[in-house]
Ligand binder design. Structure first.
Ligand code: ZN
Length: 132
């Protein structure tokens, strides 16, 4: 298993890690298979969405914050209940097919690490299952 270290700089932030995952595929010479990408954190998440127009990322952050406001009627004493809820809403893993040595992402898709309680040091686990 590979690990991608990530340092976040904002409280809420989406970071495109597509290129870093592709570098792992190249390092392992994976041609065909499945790339499983997992976030081992309870206040962060991972998702796939458009990486061409940055306004999409901004809209997602804005509306997640609107749906799950930081100051709500929560019981979690640590004070970051909103980050835990957003982590569950967005999810902790994605799987992407690997074909001809590349991530089989759509033209406009990128893989985003989603920080909901930064800034922090984070990591993403990547397990490449080869079928060849
Ligand atoms: Zn907490």
């Amino acid at each position: 298993m590979d690990k991608i270290p990530i340092i976040t700089h904002s409280h809420t932030e989406f970071i495109d890690i597509t290129r870093k995952v592709e570098e792992l595929l190249e390092k392992q010479s994976a041609k065909e298979g499945i790339c499983y990408i997992y976030v081992p954190h309870t206040t962060a998440a991972i998702t796939i969405n458009e990486n061409a127009d940055p306004s999409v990322k901004e809209d997602m952050i804005h509306d997640l914050n609107r749906m799950v406001p930081w100051n709500g009627h929560y019981t979690h004493r640590e004070g970051n209940a909103a980050a835990h809820i957003k982590s569950t809403l967005v999810g902790s893993s994605v799987s992407v097919p690997v074909s001809l040595g590349k991530l089989a992402l759509g033209t406009w898709q990128g893989i985003y690490f989603c920080e909901f309680d930064g800034p922090r040091r984070r990591e993403v686990f990547v397990q490449i299952m080869k079928h060849e």
